[in-house]
Design a protein around this ligand. Sequence first.
Ligand code: ADP
Length: 297
Amino acid sequence: MTLILDKVQKKYGEIEALRGISMNLKPGEVVGLLGPNGAGKSTLMKILTGSIEQWGGSITHEGLDLKKSLKIIQQKTGYLPENNPLYGELFVLEYLQFAASLYKIKEAPFTDIIEKVGLTEYTDRKIETLSKGYQQRVGIAAALLHDPEILILDEPTTGLDPNQMVEIRKLIRTLGKNKIVILSSHILSEVESVCDRVVIIKEGQLVADKNLDELRKGQQQIIIVEFDYRVETEALAKINNVTKVINTFDFTYEIHLDTQEDMRTKVFDFAHDNELKILGLQLKNENLAQLFKETTS
Ligand code: ADP
């Protein structure tokens, strides 16, 4: 099951939004489409979801040509648009039933999907009463109703707090195990924390295509955390594998660790044990930052 993009091009009048994008996408990896504003990310997503009709090059999925078999491929594609438009006054299950009827999906496995995205306890809640993170799960559930092979997520974690980020990230990674997942972002840390592979686009051209684990090799793990209160750097230095702690700003700390294991959960445990709240948490990938800088500036 491979999605093959070959020299995909799009012009809006004189503006060349995409200038020949080629790549292969397979299930089992979450691909981050990264690029500055105006790079062409949304245009590419709109082409993939069929909302732009006139474009050049070719896209094939399992041998089917997107231009000739748009309807069939659309039935295999789930899409979470950037602003995740929901109907706040509807109840969760009611909304999903409505979305299924809109897309003429006869028998959606609502219970399974609701469980998969962690909404079981919220089915009889009105969407407007849910937090942004849970609303995002409703949007993802709606995109999963027809069990798509391809899942397209436009800026899925924008506006979420760090705890919600961790949850949605986990969910996206689970979905990525057997689906082709593409997410767009202009935020390095979002791609860093959710994706296995990064594709950088600049002015409509593909300027980098890298596996993030490869990119992480040979670099220290750096976690940037903001607490709601001051902590002694010595206390943070006691977390396993910590080599250095820098208090970069007020209650913000840069923790350097000498391990490949993702240590953010340990920082969560530290906060919990010390009755601190985490206001911000991200992994800093200096190699990704460097690559982004080199390819986009
Ligand atoms: P991104 O999602 O990376 O911010 P877009 O795909 O939205 O980039 O835009 C790529 C380029 O195409 C930009 O120069 C943008 O101004 C232009 N563009 C996007 N949509 C339209 C449109 N409907 N009409 C004209 N130009 C557009």
